[in-house]
Design a protein around this ligand. Structure first.
Ligand code: GLN
Length: 215
């Protein structure tokens, strides 16, 4: 696990994030994909949820989830509605962001072997789209992630990407076999699985805690 260079502002400590979590407005990028499922999970964790469709919505949130879906479509839509630049700017200035599956692709510094998706270049990872194969090769797996606690996390992978390389400042939070499936660099969290599709709320709680501690 790598931890060099993570500023203390972004370290998850065991303070009282529940108190702060109630005041947080967490956005869910509302373009496509499992938007409702993420919103439901966040609400169960006690966060206020805002559906982010445009730059005005984005200006109101303390953190943002970019759901899975189709990264080609998501990246096109981000450019069309002016969110691409606004999002990039907010992430650079420290806004907490959690990209799941296609969301992780959009946040990656480099997308290997694909020029269709314009990524935000926010987290120092190289990622390959659809790297496990086709829709039929989607699968579920139990993951060990000390960041989420000692119980296994049941994860759903749907036409998932593979993270091929991570930079020195990226912390690996979980692997499936040898593949990195959950990682974090400062204010940016990514998973190649869909945490919103299992009933386990720990990945959302982890993200809310990051947002709470960054206030
Ligand atoms: N295969 C999709 C893509 O490349 C990602 C799939 C997902 O988000 N479940 O964008």
């Amino acid at each position: 696990m790598r931890s060099a260079g993570i500023s203390s502002k972004f370290k998850v400590q065991s303070s009282k994030p529940q108190l702060k979590a109630q005041k947080l407005k967490i956005g869910v990028l509302d373009i496509q994909g499992s938007v409702e499922e993420h919103a439901a999970a966040l609400k169960k964790c006690g966060a206020k949820v805002l559906f982010v469709k445009n730059t005005d919505d984005l200006a109101r949130v303390n953190g943002l989830i970019i759901p899975g879906g189709e990264s080609t479509h998501l990246s096109k839509m981000l450019e069309t509605n002016g969110l691409f630049d606004a999002l990039k700017k907010r992430i650079c200035s420290g806004m907490l962001v959690f990209g799941t599956c296609a969301g992780a692709i959009l946040l990656a510094k480099k997308i290997v072997g694909d020029k269709k998706v314009k990524s935000l270049g926010a987290i120092d990872i190289e990622i390959e789209r659809n790297a496990y194969g086709r829709q039929l090769d989607s699968f579920e797996a139990d993951l060990q992630s000390p960041a989420l606690g000692k119980w296994l996390f049941h994860a759903v992978f749907i036409r998932a990407p593979k993270i091929l390389r991570v930079g020195n400042d990226v912390r690996v939070l979980a692997r499936h076999g040898k593949e990195i499936v959950f990682a974090r660099e400062k204010n940016i969290l990514v998973s190649t699985f869909h945490p919103e599709l299992s009933s386990d709320l720990r990945a959302h709680k982890y993200f809310i805690e990051m947002a709470a501690l960054a206030q």
